[in-house]
Design a protein around this ligand. Structure first.
Ligand code: PLP
Length: 413
């Protein structure tokens, strides 16, 4: 290419055009959120420059905690008390009593000795998994095929041997584990609630295999923390095997409504990750206000079941309403309702219509987030959606389903 800048431009155009051709060019919806009104928001129409009312149906603020008054109050209070930013990495002036307080709360949530904060769930997965190979040289990873991009990247960066497991397949896992000597370091990395299909891992069974073959377990509970288990610690808590898992990873950005990621584990494990993980060491710590917002949400959801119960009710009502009008959706035991469209351009056209004609915001989910041919709408009903919101959603979907001549039937395969 030489130093001819036109060639750079041509290559950029080529890569972007490829996305347009495949129908998976991503268009962000610019929203103006209004405190206290979620899931209602204003959408800034890029063509007219005007705003209009929309209802958000695809948020990961699963319980509406991003709008919770005590969370907001805690954040405002901490800004007044401590200022805006952390001012440094955890090692160089950025470690505060607020970080410590949140880490103690997280360790308590998961019944572990220690916790470690990261600036996102993505970072916590990438940094921790890649660092395990530094601590356990020659370790072998066993990674579920539907694991999130951040886990895939972490395992890639570990630059050690890996096996990609058939999704939630215990037989496949056992056959692969059995290939290695018992004293060879092994890490089984998996999610509890899979974000795009919404299905749930057999955590207890995976833990049992890990014990049998002397493997460490690493679970991503990003879509489960705050939501499942008596104190909101996730699926491992719900299945009664939290104490058997070596490393539990989570986010503060979904059910806890704020931002940041973390792991919890034994004090020794956390000390080692803290000491070797580049993605932890060389980046600025979370702002104190975020820590206290997350702390407030976590402590609240340790004792309050009201949000979880209402959310479950809304999820069930949405599923029942979809069944009644025979719009196909994945059946699973979680709060995530995927409606498969199977074509990226159609998926985009449907979501554009829902936004433009009905004021319903649901983002199209395309490759590489999901496999090609399984493009979908992903609905996440929350306690702040009303029964009237659900009715309106269903009526709008029926209209769009007719317009595009989509199939109606009772359940997807
Ligand atoms: N793990 C899973 C399974 C996810 O779906 C996501 C994000 O959606 C992450 C990790 C990253 O979490 P965060 O948004 O906090 O970076």
């Amino acid at each position: 290419m030489g130093k001819n800048c036109r060639s750079y431009d041509e290559l950029i155009d080529k890569s972007i055009n490829q996305l347009h051709t495949e129908g998976r060019y991503r268009v962000f919806a610019d929203l103006k959120r209004i405190k206290g009104q979620y899931p209602k928001a204003k959408f800034l129409d890029p063509e007219t420059g005007t705003t209009r009312d929309v209802t958000i149906w695809c948020s990961n603020d699963y319980l509406g905690m991003g709008q919770n008054e005590s969370v907001i109050k805690a954040m405002k209070h901490t800004i007044d008390e401590a200022g805006a930013g952390a001012g440094g990495t955890r090692n160089i002036s950025g470690s505060t009593i607020y970080h410590k307080c949140l880490e103690n709360s997280l360790a308590d949530l998961h019944g572990k000795e220690s916790a470690l904060l990261f600036t996102s769930g993505y970072n916590s997965n990438e940094a921790t998994l890649s660092t395990l190979a530094k601590i356990f040289p020659d370790c072998v990873f066993f990674s579920d095929e539907l694991n999130h991009a951040s886990m895939i990247q972490g395992i890639r960066n570990a630059r050690t041997k890996k096996h990609i497991l058939k999704h939630n397949d215990l037989k496949d896992l056992e056959e692969l584990l059995a290939l290695y000597p018992i004293d060879m370091p092994k890490v089984i990395a998996f999610e509890s609630v899979y974000s795009m299909d919404g299905d749930i891992a057999p955590v207890e069974d995976i833990v049992a295999l890990a014990k049998k073959y002397n493997a460490l377990t690493y679970i991503d509970e990003v879509h489960a923390v705050g939501m499942y288990g008596p104190r909101g610690a996730g699926i491992a808590e719900q299945q009664g095997c939290m104490d058997q898992i070596d490393i539990i990873e989570g986010t503060l950005a979904k059910a806890y409504g704020v931002m940041g990621g973390y792991i919890t584990a034994s004090a020794k494990m956390i000390d080692a990750i803290r000491s070797y993980a580049s993605g932890f060491i060389f980046t600025t710590a979370l702002p104190p206000a975020l820590c206290m917002g997350a702390f407030t949400a976590i402590e609240h959801l340790k004792t309050s079941n009201a949000e979880r119960e209402l959310q479950r009710q809304r999820v069930q009502q949405t599923r029942d309403a979809l069944d009644k009008v025979m719009i196909p959706h994945f059946d699973n035991d979680s709060h995530i309702i995927p409606v498969i469209v199977g074509d990226p351009k159609l998926c985009k056209a449907i979501t554009d219509d829902l936004m433009d004609d009905y004021g319903i915001y649901v983002q199209p989910i395309n490759y590489p987030t999901v496999p090609r041919g399984t493009e979908r709408l992903r609905f996440t009903p929350s306690p702040v959606h009303t029964e009237a919101d659900i009715d309106y959603l269903i009526q709008s979907l029926i209209a769009v389903w007719h317009k595009y001549d989509l199939r109606f039937y009772s359940h997807a395969a």
